[in-house]
Design a protein. Sequence first.
Length: 189
Amino acid sequence: MTKGYFTFVLHFHLPWVLGHGRWPHGTDWLNEAIAECYIPLLNKIIQLADEGYHPRLNIGITPILQEQLRSPILINEFEYYLKNKIEAADNDIKEFSKKGQKTFLQIAMMWRDYYLRISEDFKNKFKKDLLKSFSQLQKQGYIEIMTSAATHGYLPLLKNDRSVDAQINLGVQVYKKNFGQAPNGIWLP
């Protein structure tokens, strides 16, 4: 039997949401991904490394997402999002305590604690710079970050080769700017 290989690739993409309000398809969409996907993944990779494991993941981060993650606007929006989530959980805790609803109270406390940890990690562990945090994990050999077409356009549907070339070239340029090196891989949409 021929030996095969398996590669686990995570693909991170969100369309441009900055400047499009908060909900439902504005910054809340991106903030939710940061709070419930990107930061927990960073934490898990670091935890595995600290425990002596050597995780190896391929992660595709589209250029459009890279640019949003490095935006000062996003940092402010994400902190606002976390503040609102924590306040909402605190309000739920008061309400469920008053009504004696222990199960709901425990859930509200879990979410408050969760968002407090995410806020703490974002500010102190990751210094409000998730791209830099991913880049450091790449330099340590735990992950390999790939780029993608600039706008995540579906390349087979683009009408001419110049458009495809422009999408790929810009995707590579954005990657070089954000990670200081050429990508070793690309997610081709």
